[in-house]
Design a protein around this ligand. Sequence first.
Ligand SMILES: *Cc1c(COP(=O)(O)O)cnc(C)c1O
Length: 382
Amino acid sequence: MPALRSTVADVDLDAIAHNMHAVATHGEQVIAVVKADAYGHGYEAVGRTLVDEGAAMLAVFTVDEGALLRRSGIEAPILILGGITEPAETEIVTRLGLTVTVWDLDRARLLSSAAGTTARVHVKVDTGLMRLGAPLEAAVERIQRIRALPNLAVDGVFTHFATADEENDSFTVEQVRRFESVLAALDERPAFVHAAASAGAVAVDTRSVCNAVRPGLALYGLHAAPHLATIDLRPALEWRSRVHRVAWARAGAGVSYGHEYRLARDGRIATVPVGYGDGLPRAAGRHARVLVRGRALPIAGRVAMDLIMLDVTDVPDVREGDEVVLIGEQDGARRSAEDLAEACGTINYEVVTNIRPRVARRYHRGGRVVATRTLADGIRWL
Ligand SMILES: *Cc1c(COP(=O)(O)O)cnc(C)c1O
């Protein structure tokens, strides 16, 4: 196994597989969302696992992300949720056989004329998020006109919910109704009809209208909202480091940039090699706690780009090399992505997605390390 530095994200591919099967009970097919480095978990290993576990498609936001998955050897269908943002991208999607989201005729025509063979598209309909997609009133005609273009196959029609994570599901139900009205006006149903992401899949049953769900967050074992924790998911990621230095300090000594934290009495400061350059939000310096020797300690002073400090005066056994847990378990204590998110004033999505490529990834399957990913070596299957 390649040598890894001490700041590592351990990703449990068994948990990813378990979560994949848990969400699969909410739709006939799963379009597994692995954008933004699989929410920080890592494109290559997560993408491969989800395809092996039966995902019908993978989905990412950009063409470049799709190209990365192809380069890592994934041959399954890949949906580009963001569509084509520059005309030059059409060449890449046709060459790599990526399925593209379209909603307008201009870009559909561009694809149609660039494609030597058939280009696959999913047409997006805006049923109320006001973000991407054909406006509801224009959607049926738009789908029909795109369908009529040569070298283009409309393989899917989809929409995205605006408020699926809220306790009141009335607008989600309305969006399903609007989407259904579009589908009812089509003379032919495409292979993929999808609406629900993680929250929607749990909150409403879309199976009467759709034949696929399009989850991201749930695959990683995280819930979109506490009231949606009715599905059995296992968090897949743990984030750890080790104490890099322990130093004695006098009462009154200031710690980290700006000396915002000062020791109340003579004591000890532990330094840990993780910072905002690894994706630990700078906001974590105020309220976040990390585990050392099974105790949840606050970060002392500001989070720097590469390092944080902990006041370990009251944990006398702490020494260099001790494990530090940012997300995960230690001696029966637990810190979740939600704990860290709350301390930083953000959501679990952002906390895991923030974890940068500089943090080594270690992938586990059946109790064994099966792959690693580092900046220098990329993904390595063992
Ligand atoms: C990110 C995204 C998803 C996945 O959302 P989750 O809330 O993570 O399940 C699904 N569909 C679209 C269009 C997205 O942008």
